[in-house]
Design a protein around this ligand. Sequence first.
Ligand SMILES: [Mn+2]
Length: 335
Amino acid sequence: MIINNERDPNYNEKLTNISKALTEWQGPIVIVAHVDPDGDALGSTLALKRALDSVGKNTKLLMDVPRYLDFLTNEGEISDAMETLEPNTLLAILDVSERGRVWGVSQEGIDSAAFVVNIDHHGTNDRFGDLACVSPDKAATCQMIKDMIDSSDIAWTKEIATPCLTGILTDTGNMRFANTDSSVLIAVAGLLEQGVEYAELTDRLQWRHPDYYRVLGKVMSTVDFPLNGLVATVEMTKAMKDDLGPIADDSSDYVGQIRYAEGTHIAIFFQEREDKIKASVRSRGDVSAQAVCVALGGGGHKPAAGVSFTGISFEEAKAKVLAEAKKELERHNLI
Ligand SMILES: [Mn+2]
């Protein structure tokens, strides 16, 4: 897998071309994002859908919206996965680092689209599609949607600006992560000018079902600091979930709880799910979570990345990730 974290050299021109393709398209437009959608996946697709709907386009947004983000959507705005695309469909793929991570349309479905647009900020994106704008210097796909709408004739509304701001907030950790540059703050200011209720939004984004805290207690009881305390880990096994019974919460941002452990450079949340084992990895400074995950077939950004495994045990998956974390720490002479 490639890693290209450079800004798209023709960023403005490509966004303009994509905006034209979308607003001039006469057929159906289907909008999708990545599996396990986050604030940027929902925020960017929902902002784009509302923007295109406002100029009379026929759009569908396909997503399995996680419970904690559901408050952003209106009745009827979200559609289920589609078996097949209608003829002459433009497929807009947002915030998806690779085709295999698209949710809602099969790989054959993607092939059957009349036109594919790829808007993303993951350095591991291989720039697939008929028109691709991939700019890893952007903090969020939502920041790219902000730029695209700004450069179009589409009029901003609070309803478009609110999901658009959401993805910027979630991908920058509320404007705290290293990807928060002046362009992010300018974009945020521009969105606030559209009437977004900021304090209400940031508060609402933190709400979690009480079950989240029940799971948190179990997850935090597994905290460990391997590799001389340079790494912090927590885990959630199937057994832990089974012990708690049915859980009403689907958020899993537990890695955020340990990433600030003093003396650590890498934080990892290991999750044993029904269908796969998932590792969410965070890093700080020059240490790259992206390098750790890409080496194992995963993807993401330099400070925040992930990788999934099937066909191996939970312990084997943990050992693989820790071995790569060790290599990454060695590359930076920390071990
Ligand atoms: Mn994103």
